[in-house]
Ligand binder design. Sequence first.
Ligand code: MN
Length: 408
Amino acid sequence: MRRLLIAQLSDLHLGANLSGGRLALPSRKAAQRRDEHRGCLERFAQHVRESRPDMVLMPGDLFDSGEPSIDDLNFLISTVNSMQPTPVFIAPGNHDGYETSSAYNVASALYQGRGGGPKWGSHVHLFTAEQFETVSIPHHRDVTVTGAAFLRHMPESRRVLVELEPPPPEGCHVLLFHGSLEHYPRVGLDKEVLPFTAAEVEAAGYRYAAVGHYHHGGAIAGADGRVLGAYAGAPFAMAVDDEGVGCWLEIAVEPGQPLSEDSLTWHRADERAVRRLEVDVTGPTDTTALGRRVDEALAAAGASEGDIVWLALRGRLARGIDFQPQAALAERFFHAAVDDSAVEPDYEIDLDGTLPEEPGLAATTEEMFRWRMHKLYQAASSDEERRRVKHALFYGLDALTLGEIHLR
Ligand SMILES: [Mn+2]
């Protein structure tokens, strides 16, 4: 066997809504990100044309849905076709699962109804069955790809790898599918699809497993640390949790050598990065000092002007201070979103502590108000009710002590 080079990209989620979610990109920036989204795939295709790997593996969720727009479908097919003659293997994921009406079905009304739209090139192999099937790469019968499609009606908890036949001892045999590694140590998605363990990958006996689903790339390692496979991760960052996201993966398979972390090279596809910061507002008593604290956090995170900044504020905000950094940050960076829902005003209140005796007739209005809200808080029957009582207390105290209310 000679050295093999594999290029892997998945979870592009073409067609995803970029203006919603917690990042809330305004429409002009969302439109720019839509172009950049496609640019990630174009950059990958250019690399494939230049470096000519032995194969391209795409384990799913290339589209955000099984029925993308004709525009997105034509763009993806054209870009994948530009990688010719490098063989490309695609295994649909849970977002773009294979079914009768899906874009991956060449008999579907969507695929057929595109007039002069491009057809998949002969270098592309689409896995369309939920059972694993094996195909060889052209001119190399001892190099195979064993892949399966995610089907909408598939029970998501099926242990797919357990059913797999072992590959022949000679040659290089890789696996391709979309599923969730149990106990994956990086930020994951809450949706579990086709769960598997590293031990199951190891027992299956393949040289390398290219898996899609998690947006944070990383190796799938065996008990002895040997690399069994990897998630390339998503090539494009589109959500608050996508810090560190934006890459595709290159794998170098050396004959006779086990794969290690050194065999994996992540390449940046997205020119922008999401920077997630958490800043405690407790302490400073003016907005200039607070701004300085945010600047220090931005510098520590290495945020640059092209980045998308996600700032979560917490702690106690000094009394009478109105700290609204979003607009200024959105000017300095490509975009900024601020979550200040965890910030509490600076009032000395222990609502979970024991309710003292009711204040007497000599009590001030503020003392009476604090006591009644404390009582309401302790009588509340849900977290939501407690949260509302707390907010009502803070607003009331703002009104009583400052004479004005700061929306929070
Ligand atoms: Mn997925």
